[in-house]
Design a protein. Sequence first.
Length: 363
Amino acid sequence: MQITDVQAHLLAIPQQQDDLASPWISGGFRHQILVAVETDAGITGYGEAFGYGVPHATAAVVNQTLKPMLVGQDATQITALQELLYRQTHLFGRYGITTFAISGVDIALWDIAAKCAGMPLYQLLGGASTSEIPTYASLVRYSEPAHVRTVTERALSEGYTAIKLHQIDVESLRLARDVAGEDVLLMMDINCAWMPEEALEMAQQFIPEELYWLEEPIWPPEDFDSLATLGSLSGTPIATGENACTVFQFRQMLEAGAATFIQPSVTKVGGISEWRKIAALAESYNVSLAPHSPYFGPGLLATAHLVAATPRALWLEYFYTRPEASVFKDFPEVSNGIFPLPDGPGLGLEIDAEVVARYREAG
């Protein structure tokens, strides 16, 4: 089954307005890079490549660099094709935009494989014990701590039992805990804002609020030794990994004892193939996975299938904002913190070609 075309579609789908949100999301949009791999068997696979902040660059790597390598190749040879792409692009850097692009292609190839097998992706990955995937509400960053209280109340009213803040202050966390009570899990994603000394000072102030995890508190994110020290001194579980690419960076992270939870992002690490290598590595270190997945396209669905098929994967991150349209037809809603795993062939849902055409930007 030969690959006949590869195309990255750059989409700009507006987010529905949230008057409380910071300007980085309110009234704006997050680009989605939808990767389509077509075959001579009439089967098209869809993937998603990470492109927040650099969408045109990631799309260009898919369309100008990877496509010539892939057209004419056998779409069923996923392992060989991933090796080919890695080897042929290593001159441009093993991490970052190049690997983001490879991720999108790899997801699409797995979508094709599962469609050829006539089964949902999770079945091809070994099966799932449940079709109900636990999610947590991943909030955007709010400019005022009082807004955190309001949005936390909203998420709780919708049935979420775990909520992640993107604040970097103590007051916001205290307000969220006051609303949530003792039984709701709270996490904090700092987005690498602090130096190690500041991170320790803040982590100690967070202790009374009993964080389930403290995520990426230290700059730079690859300072794994400082992360390990922070976790040991503060007694707070550390989560990290959304900025890491390939199993080799995760091995360095785990060897350093840097994390209680590792967070591979399927649209960034090298796709489903590399994500599975990371999951196997995590098992050997007895570490849990809490994958990074603030997406609304194939990246989210691929993560859901991987979580379902991976015993050590605990949560599906669900970005707590809403695009005005979905690239999928009949996209399922989260209810009471549960994402219903689609059971159609491949990723499980049909692409909405009209939405893709309506929101496509020039690549």
